[in-house]
Ligand binder design. Sequence first.
Ligand SMILES: C[S@@+](CC[C@H](N)C(=O)[O-])C[C@H]1O[C@@H](n2cnc3c(N)ncnc32)[C@H](O)[C@@H]1O
Length: 334
Amino acid sequence: MNYIGSKLKLSSWIQEEIKKVVGNDLSNKVFCDMFAGTGIIGRSFKREVKQVISNDLEYYSYVLNKNYIENHQEIEDKEKYIKELNNLSLIDTGFIYQNYCMGSGSGRQYFSDENGKKIDSIRVKIREWRENRKISDNLYYFLLTSLIESADKIANTASVYGAFLKHIKKSASKNLILKSSNFIKNSNSHQVFNKDSNELIQKISGDILYLDPPYNQRQYSANYHILNTITLYDNFIPKGKTGLREYNRSNYCKKSEVHNNFEDLIKNAKFEYIFLSYNNEGLMSEPDIKNIMKKYGIYSLEKKDYQRFKADKTENRNHKIDKTFEYLHILKKV
Ligand SMILES: C[S@@+](CC[C@H](N)C(=O)[O-])C[C@H]1O[C@@H](n2cnc3c(N)ncnc32)[C@H](O)[C@@H]1O
């Protein structure tokens, strides 16, 4: 998924830096990915550590991580279910088609009409299977992850769901094909939460705490509201031109709250090592972070040049390259 702040391209660097500090053998360590998003960092440590604890405030992220992190043993017949979902007859009464496609008269165009109907048909069937206890929780989260990732590929947006495009773009005109979102299999069990970080930190402990909070005012809940709607599949009245639902407002996206929240998180963390990813354009400056962290132990900093791809809002077909710095702030708590 093309996700704001994704660490996909930085994951090997982050893993290298963590190993430099903690050591190469992590097999007895509990690793927490507190702001997990797509789960890519938790995934990259899943084979290496005793346990991954994964958390995110957003429900779609919880679903992704329930599949990618918590699922760790083979699920029987999962491809049979994917095949059946790909061959359903389409319905036009579902929530996505009715509220987010042009053909229903909603005035919104997040998906082509066909794809909106297919998302609904699949989502309704998954719900029915779950209600009739035909599928396990493991299979449920695997199928939902497969749906949101496949739907995201054919969404008619520039990159996030803050707005839709006036005309159906080329990738959005392709038919949705449900593809399996395969997870790493291993013998350890893992835990996934859907909580505010500052609440969860009071309840857990471990060895390595990896923090990747939002670094600016853009709320993930508003930018990915459609993914929450597909996964929750609840009933509400979509608001305004973009069809927003009620959304979470993270304190890490508020200039007035972020410093206090961050300090509270560091103070309450029962982890020996803390690593924070943040970039040079964030709401907290490099000295702000250093001053907070060094109160609680031995602090150091690693830096990397990073070329990220940024959606160009004026010309939706292009993505421009944008150079920034990525920081990894390191704390050994004492
Ligand atoms: C920079 S992204 C993380 C990206 C992730 N490392 C990846 O590579 O996909 C920040 C994440 O923090 C989550 N978030 C924001 N505020 C939060 C909070 N108070 N508690 C937990 N998660 C939060 C957002 O939903 C978002 O997924």
